[in-house]
Design a protein around this ligand. Sequence first.
Ligand SMILES: C[S@@+](CC[C@H](N)C(=O)[O-])C[C@H]1O[C@@H](n2cnc3c(N)ncnc32)[C@H](O)[C@@H]1O
Length: 247
Amino acid sequence: MALDRTLYDWIGGTYSVGRRTDPRIAARIWDALGNAETVLNVGAGTGSYEPPGRDVVAVEPSTVMRSQRPTDAAPCVGAVAEHLPFADKSFDVAMAVLTDHHWSDPIRGFQEMKRVARRVVVFQWDERWLARYWLVRDYVPEFARVGGRPSLAQRAAVIGARLETVPIPWNCVDGFFHAYWRRPEAYLDEQVRRCTSVWGRLGRNLEARAVAALAADLVTFVWHDRNSDLLELSEIDLGARLLVGES
Ligand SMILES: C[S@@+](CC[C@H](N)C(=O)[O-])C[C@H]1O[C@@H](n2cnc3c(N)ncnc32)[C@H](O)[C@@H]1O
């Protein structure tokens, strides 16, 4: 199937600069894979979280993302989750990490993962937690109002998944949106922001307003006063969940 230019063909050019496997989150994902020998990584991007020592095949629609995969990474097919070009139950596990919020039809994508694999493992945020994150609550509340998609519970039901909490370490090395929850200065760095799709979705005006307000609150220690409880923590539950479903 021919793929049109995707969002990540536009915004993914520097993805591998700031987005990489965090070992503590990887340990949770790899543990959930059980003793799987064959693994399909859907929405694989540049190859983060692909488990060593297993027979991995990746699926990734963006040529820009595929081009940043290390030369020794798993073979990668240009396809989308909603139409996986594989026979029924051809993998022990299908995994998807921080990707299904980009799929045009996540329910169909999860049905497809369930069709091609005996187990499905998904790492994703519970969007109901978004408004509680200080960055959203105090600087871009507009982001919490982006809705209209199936909830995490609805998506989990498709694969009959149990949900496990995955705390985010204070020094998380994967630069996703919540990664810098205890390092607020990081969000002032344009390169950090370009590694997540959130800012592109909000648009340049909201981004500029948020960055200016955060910069001011850091200089005046308003941020520190408001979030002093965070500075004591080494990890935190921000709504990241591991979905594990067997079929
Ligand atoms: C935030 S990145 C995550 C990449 C990788 N899983 C990781 O953890 O670094 C989201 C990825 O989903 C891919 N994607 C977007 N729509 C997709 C779809 N319909 N099916 C599969 N992947 C898709 C994007 O091209 C992008 O590479």
